[in-house]
Design a protein around this ligand. Structure first.
Ligand code: NAP
Length: 249
């Protein structure tokens, strides 16, 4: 049996991506901190697709050691696709940002993603049909004043994954590495980024996608040979080759 691992599956884009992959008959390993939300998702999937196997793993990926533990703990499963989606925002100017939150964000958005990507590439790059999809942001390609540190963390995700895609290609590896770069998407993201209890997208944001639409774009990227799936300023989804220049080839 092969599995698709999705981190950050307890809400938003990860949750809808799990439903979209389950609809394709893909067995899932869903990861986040909130067990109740993961159990609710598992039940929902099993009610619709009884043949799909869903494995739950709770992990706080902002603790470096937990990324290694999670990967080790999944060694018994054959992984076909690994989606590093778990991520956190911080909506503040640099002078006002909470360094405690920023430290967690950098460990989750950058460190955990790099560790899990590296371990997956090490074990599976020779396996036909494997994919690594890292969730960046449109803000991984344009700096956002009011969230510079978050934006910079997503620049890392984009540059790392685009470069890795080229490295795999040059080694004639079987694995494909891809970047999903959403623009504003209606999820729990803004609540967490702004540290508020509620956030009404319809009142504050002129244009956004739903998490379900974004999961649809994730599948388009999964089905395509392009490296980057990015939402542009008009909120169109585009599949592209590497955007950052690459040297050393
Ligand atoms: P979301 O609804 O807040 O989902 C974030 C997910 O990450 C949740 O499942 C959360 O689960 C998990 N997570 C957060 N901290 C974690 C930790 N320390 N350890 C493990 N899991 C953790 O937001 P989303 O919009 O779906 O975000 C998904 C990805 O899309 C992120 O990488 C985000 O940067 C990116 N993105 C979002 C937008 C947007 O506008 N929404 C735009 C561009 C990019 P638990 O709380 O249960 O742990």
């Amino acid at each position: 049996m092969k599995y698709t691992v999705i981190t950050g599956a307890s809400s938003g884009i990860g949750y809808e991506t799990a439903l979209a992959f389950a609809a394709r008959g893909k067995n899932l390993i869903i990861v986040a901190r909130r067990l109740d939300k993961l159990e609710e998702l598992k039940l929902k999937i099993q009610n619709i697709h009884s043949d799909v196997d869903v494995i739950i793993r709770t992990s706080d990926l902002s603790d470096t050691a937990n990324s290694y533990k999670l990967y080790e703990n999944l060694k018994e499963y054959q992984v076909e696709t690994w989606i590093n989606n778990a991520g956190l925002g911080e909506s503040s100017s640099v002078s006002d940002q909470s360094l405690e939150k920023v430290e967690s964000m950098l460990r989750l958005n950058i460190e955990s993603l790099t560790i899990l990507s590296t371990l997956f590439v090490r074990d599976y790059s020779h396996v036909e049909g494997t994919q690594l999809i890292n969730v960046s942001s449109a803000l991984g390609y344009a700096t956002y004043i009011g969230g510079i540190t978050y934006s910079a963390s997503k620049y890392f995700v984009s540059a790392f994954t685009e470069g890795l895609a080229k490295e795999l290609e040059l080694k004639s590896a079987k694995m494909k590495a891809k970047v999903l770069a959403p623009a504003v998407t209606e999820t729990e993201f803004e609540k967490t980024a702004q540290g508020v209890d509620e956030f009404d997208y319809k009142n504050f944001i002129p244009m956004f996608h739903t998490a379900k639409q974004m999961a649809g774009f994730m599948l388009e990227l999964y089905d395509n040979d392009k490296v980057v799936g990015i939402v542009d300023e008009s909120y169109n989804f585009n599949l592209r080759n590497q955007i950052y220049p690459i040297l050393g080839v």
